[in-house]
Write a protein that binds this ligand. Sequence first.
Ligand code: PLP
Length: 480
Amino acid sequence: MGAHRDTAEDPAGDRAGDRAGGAALPRAGVPDGPDGPDADRVARRHAAVRAAVEQGLLGPAAPLAALLDVTGIRDSARALRAAFDAVTPPGTPVLHAFAVKACPLVPVLRLLHEAGIGAEVASPGELALARAAGVPPDRTVLDSPAKTAAELREALALGIAVNADNPQELARIDGLVCSTVTRSPLGLRVNPQIGGGSIEALSTATATSKFGVALRDEGARAWIVRAYLDRPWLTRLHAHSGSQGVPLSLMARGVAETYALAEEINGRAGRRQIDTLDIGGGLPVNFGSDVTTPTYAQYARLLAEAVPGLFTGRYGLVTEFGRSLLAKHGTVLARVEYTKSAGGRSVAVTHAGVQIAVRTVYAPASWPLRIAAHDEEGRPKSGPDVVQDIAGPACFAGDLLAEGRPLPRLEPGDHAAVLDTGAYCFAHHYAYNSLARPGIHGFAPDGNGGVRFAVVREPQTPAEIVAESGGAHTSALTAL
Ligand SMILES: *Cc1c(COP(=O)(O)O)cnc(C)c1O
């Protein structure tokens, strides 16, 4: 684990690219790379890092904090809506449901809700978060491969859209539909089996994926068509072909297959039985620089070319984007506690490691993260690059956020900013070494050229760690 060196093509090796003379990727945090909204986001991030240090969000006693860019999240929500508005006829029902698993924080769900984005949930916990945020049932979609009978009952009672994952679950829903009246739009998830992307663990449309009804398996297509004809209440069709690492063209193929199946079912039914297609999420994020690419607009245009029938207004649409809405708006700020040298390598020991970026630490080749060096006051550091390891605080050798990374030399008291961590990172705490969950702070301009922060989640205290670790049951085992 962790025995991996960044290479020149590695998207995280953004400074190595300059020296290699290849396509020079912009340096992390240097605003002359990206332009327009991306440059604005970089400027906001710099101001926020400086203000977080100045306002005492970080300090010797609070060595780790996470920041969320409220302006950026609103911008991404607006861009998503505009991208699909541009390719659908006016009046087409389109629900963009944020995949809650990407950033399961109630204030984030509320912010997105106010920006016109609903919620895609996949567990009782995620549903509770969406409800706590005030996302109404008709803006909520429930997907998960392991829904219990109780979860299905609750969803149908609330009127939340449900996509059945498999024939056994559909049989359960049959029973519920017979015994209750529900407003829930109901659908079936299919796996178009179009193949995987570069990250096996995130490829949901491989031949053997655990999700949905495998469309190309023998007899499956006929079974699906019959399942719809037998159930006039089955009005949606769902596919999510994968996430980070799946090329856009492959995602579009998954949507095209789903659309073709809906057309076939409606043709057989002799009516528009399927009225809504849920095309999932999965837009990849560029973790290699501050440039947002691909964009929602590019993906929507590609879909409109690849599957024009989807955008004639005959179908309502549901999308389920997660990572692409949040990743670029999150930054982890960690104090550098010590610096040392080992075997000729400089190591900066920081407070950000496996607990906030579990995927990066255990699968660094798939999940490289950019690190920006900031000084004691939170200003971007300059100076000659020194090849350094950026280590976390956990007690195992592989707890490294970056290995062999050229950065201005970090010193104790400096700050390492871990960029693009707004999705699937710091909100997904890993409790190794009982390391505390960091506080999360939203930020926005204060109107006077400064930065205002709001607490999204309090930092976890040692007392909470004890309570969550059986502290109320101290003698439970000795008394047995
Ligand atoms: C994870 C997931 C998503 C979101 O994927 P992103 O890559 O974060 O956009 C959407 N739909 C389903 C069913 C998922 O499992």
